[in-house]
Design a protein around this ligand. Structure first.
Ligand code: G6P
Length: 610
């Protein structure tokens, strides 16, 4: 997501900071900025857009600054649209203290209210500016102490670097839930959110753990727990290449993004699931009445986002009892759609820039629907044109085939379904059970990802197949579609997803011993019995079955040729787990075929043409 770089040393800081920011570009960003410690105070320069925009702005200003202490940041917006004001670094009121921050301060509204009542004013919409002023509020001459005291008041996640003009040769760093590493050079120190930003200058680093804070000075780095007890940590020597670092040690962005999902799902849910089972989605607060009184919900999307919408249809209808229609955005916009009163339309888009989805949203709004967004990329066109909505907070997705965005979209749709239910019927045991089960999902995702050697073996067996069929019922039908889409996108093997019972009406004619059939059978209850019968129909025609079932389910033991077991969850939440073996299977098949799954042929990450 966002990127951090800081420098304390003898060399001019500006070029080092700009180079560091460029090294962080692969993570995605929408604005950037630097702050330099000058003789007359701290000078902050920041700009919306690419690093080159910031560089252009620095020309003739402080580009030739002799400052040897400074910080830089690339922002991937979470609070407030990407613009110059919301870009980092953020200054406290008066500008004496400057801060860069990755993460989300969950209780920023309460803190902002407290600070406003004390006389602080704010110039941006960000949670970070609130933190800058909170630290200043505690500042009595010792910056480290002020940071520690402020962080005791903060709920949420952070990787921060703080400078104060009264301490011109030092900076304070702290971490909780957002990575930070200190680089130790010769008479110089770096701090960064990502090794890539500093690796060309030093490979000797000290990793910060959660709830740790430290101070970088000319004399060295001092490192403490949040209770101020000192920490002694060995320097680690890094010998990865830059490319390996950018991909977090993974060979491809797609695999990195698949493996990130325990964290991205935590980020999507953070602060939104209340202890009593209630749901808080700040971006929908203004529209709760319209949502509760909606007679119809439209979900408009393309590609993987459309499949997430199909899961949304099941969960919203089941939990909120409001009719839902999911439409390919491209079809919707060209077919003179009927929009009755009280229609709420959600545009679902990872990039927020897909032209068909954007035009469908505009069409729905122009015909009287309340136009909302479920978007990953903050400040994107769809986000801006939606009157409200929910961000995924899944971080930039770089692999062309969408993976982590899908699970975050499904999670958001689940939270919307619960919110609608609670608005219409109040809080009940079902809500509580589902929020409890949702909280367990990131750990269950970790369990699946931790040991997936079996999926690699299955990929080896089938990488030469020419066709694949994916079958599922209920919420597993969209997972079948998504599994087939993933495979064809990156391995170029023809694959079809089908509702399991529909197989009899056509695809069954294709089944023979050359046809692998992936059966998504991880639900319990009536659907489970039905999918067993469908599997028998496949086996009776010599089809080779790869079944995905829950860990304690043995009904497929003598039926399927290969069984992938996933942890047990509620039927409505199974897509969040069952899609992981689909993502991994397609990744490994493509890898075995020697294909570049991060950039599959003919596909683009954001499709801005019709
Ligand atoms: C492209 C991408 C897909 C994505 C689809 C919709 O086809 O390759 O991965 O699902 O666009 O993109 P969006 O950004 O609107 O979710």
């Amino acid at each position: 997501m966002c990127g951090i770089i800081g420098y304390v040393g003898q060399r001019p800081a500006t070029p080092l900071l700009l180079d560091g920011l460029k090294r962080l570009e692969y993570r995605g960003y929408d604005s950037s900025g630097i702050a330099l410690m000058q003789d007359d105070g701290i000078n902050v320069m920041k700009k919306k857009g690419r690093i080159s925009a910031l560089e252009g702005m620095l020309n003739g200003h402080i580009a030739d600054s002799k400052a040897t202490v400074g910080i830089g940041h690339t922002r991937w917006a979470t609070h407030g649209v990407p613009n110059d004001l919301n870009a980092h670094p953020h200054s406290s009121m008066g500008g004496d203290l400057v801060l860069i921050h990755n993460g989300i301060i969950e209780n920023f509204s309460e803190l902002k209210e407290y600070l406003s009542n004390t006389g602080y004013t704010f110039t941006s919409d960000t949670d970070t500016e609130v933190l800058a002023n909170l630290i200043l509020d505690f500042y009595e001459g010792d910056l480290l102490k002020a940071v520690v005291r402020a962080l005791h008041r903060v709920a949420g996640t952070y990787g921060i670097v703080v400078m104060h003009k009264d301490h011109p040769r030092s900076m304070v760093v702290a971490r909780k839930g957002s990575p930070l590493v200190v680089g130790v050079g010769e008479d110089e120190y770096f701090v960064a959110s990502d090794l890539a930003a500093m690796v060309e200058h030093t490979r000797d680093v000290i990793f910060l753990n959660d709830n740790e804070v430290g101070i970088i000075e000319d004399s060295g780095f001092r490192h403490f727990n949040l209770d101020e007890s000192p920490i002694q940590r060995q320097i680690t020597h890094i010998d990865f290449t830059l490319e390996q670092i950018e991909k977090g040690g993974y060979r491809h962005f797609m695999l990195k993004e698949i493996m990130e999902q325990p964290q991205t799902l935590e980020d999507t849910m953070r602060g939104r699931l209340l202890p009593d089972g209630g749901i808080k989605l700040g971006g929908l607060n203004q529209h709760l009445d319209e949502l509760a009184n909606a007679d119809r919900i439209l979900l408009l999307a393309c590609g993987t986002s459309y499949h997430a919408g199909l899961v949304g249809e099941y969960v919203i209808e089941e939990l909120a009892r409001i009719p839902v229609e999911v439409e390919y955005a491209s079809e919707f916009r060209y077919r003179n759609p009927l929009i009755p009163p009280n229609t709420v339309a959600f545009a679902i888009s990872q990039s927020g820039e897909t032209i068909d989805t954007l035009e469908a949203l505009r069409e729905a709004k122009s015909r009287g629907a309340l136009g909302l967004g479920i978007v990953n990329s903050v400040g994107s066109t769809i986000a801006r044109e939606s009157v409200g909505g929910v961000y995924l907070h899944a971080g930039p997705e770089i692999g062309v085939a969408s993976t982590k965005a899908f699970t975050s979209q499904v999670t958001v749709l689940m939270m919307i379904a619960l919110l609608l239910r609670q608005q219409r019927m109040g809080l009940d045991e079902t809500s509580q059970d589902i929020t409890d089960a949702l909280r367990r999902i990131p750990d269950q995702v970790s369990t699946i990802l931790k040991d997936h050697s079996q999926i690699v073996d299955i990929a080896k067996m089938f990488s030469r197949a020419s066709n694949f069929l994916y079958l599922g019922r209920g919420t597993q039908y969209p997972v079948a579609l998504e599994g087939a889409l993933k495979l064809k996108e990156i391995s170029y093997i023809h694959a079809e997803g089908y509702p399991a019972a529909e197989m009899k009406h056509g695809p069954i004619a294709l089944i023979d011993r050359m046809m692998p059939v992936v059966v998504l059978a991880a639900q319990s209850g009536a659907e489970s019995a039905k999918i067993i019968s469908n599997t028998q129909e496949v086996r009776a025609r010599d089809g080779v079955v790869i079944a995905v079932v829950t860990e304690d389910d043995h009904q497929m033991d003598n039926l399927a040729n290969h069984i992938i077991r996933i942890p047990k969850t509620l039927n409505l939440l199974v897509p969040l787990l069952a899609v992981l073996p689909m993502q991994l299977l397609s990744y490994y098949v493509a890898d075995l075929l020697g294909l570049d799954m991060d950039k599959p042929r003919n596909l683009a990450k954001a499709v801005t043409v019709e």
